[in-house]
Design a protein around this ligand. Structure first.
Ligand SMILES: [Fe+2]
Length: 258
């Protein structure tokens, strides 16, 4: 992916919907930051969390269209698309089947999901399965931030093997080398388990920047292979089409029968 065509698949720039941008001024300022950093397209993924952030699809799609009009009027060369970051609850697959969730990019099977960072809710694996059975491709947002994943990243291997995608946060690759978030992200990169990269931008402290992380990724073991996967996966998300991607490069423990 050339820098001019870079796509940010995770951001909280739509104002007033969650803990991201507060108003249109901040949204436009962040959009200019993204463009200056080389981003050409950006998917808006406001949190969807029952009773906390009850963001309806029509609200997200309507505000995305308004944001595009404001960007065009201000001469900011950025294309925005709708999406959502869905906090998994036991009813999430039903909401997907009813069309109550905005897929990543606005159309297609990809849905960005997250859950509690501290402890794994017992229903998560079942709901990911249900989403897949309902035709979705779940994309786990920032897997490197979950404490149980930092302790045992192998837990993600069977999920990825059955078709769940992982989206790391760009800034994870720019943390100190021994930081557990960075170490987990690098573990995933080495094993070919990273499919998408996003900024998870919220504000000036968490800005919509990708370029430096892409440069760092190119220097990591497995980084060039990951860049190739990210390019294909990002194109598939924008097209709303399914693709088959390489399986994770994790060696299974062999069993010896005596
Ligand atoms: Fe997010």
């Amino acid at each position: 992916m050339t820098a001019a065509a870079r796509v940010d698949v995770h951001s909280h720039l739509l104002p007033g919907l969650d803990d991201g941008a507060a108003d249109w001024d901040e949204a436009l300022t962040l959009a200019r930051t993204a463009v200056a950093d080389g981003t050409a397209q950006l998917i808006l993924t406001p949190h969807v969390y029952p009773e906390v952030y009850d963001n309806r699809p029509e609200t997200i799609r309507g505000l995305t269209a308004e944001f595009q009009r404001r960007l065009d009027a201000a001469g900011v060369p950025l294309r925005v698309r709708p999406g959502s970051e869905v906090f998994l609850v036991p009813e999430t697959a039903r909401a997907w089947r009813r069309g109550e969730l905005v897929p990543l990019g606005g159309e297609g099977p990809y849905v960005l999901v997250e859950w509690n960072m501290i402890a794994l809710p017992p229903y998560v694996e079942g709901v990911l399965f249900e989403l897949q059975a309902a035709g979705a491709v779940p994309v786990v947002a920032h897997p490197e931030r979950y404490l149980p994943v930092q302790r045992r990243p192998e837990w993600l291997v069977p999920l990825v093997e059955r078709g769940v995608w992982l989206q790391i946060t760009a800034s994870a690759l720019l943390r100190p080398r021994r930081d557990p978030i960075r170490r987990t992200a690098e573990w995933l990169v080495r094993r070919g388990m990273v499919h998408l990269i996003g900024s998870d931008a919220h504000n000036a402290h968490r800005p919509p920047q990708l370029a430096e992380a892409y440069r760092e990724l190119g220097r990591l073991p497995g980084g060039m292979e990951t860049l190739a996967v990210v390019e294909r996966a990002t194109a598939a998300v924008l097209a709303g089409e399914r693709i088959d991607l390489p399986r994770p490069a994790v060696r299974r423990r062999r069993r010896f029968w005596l």
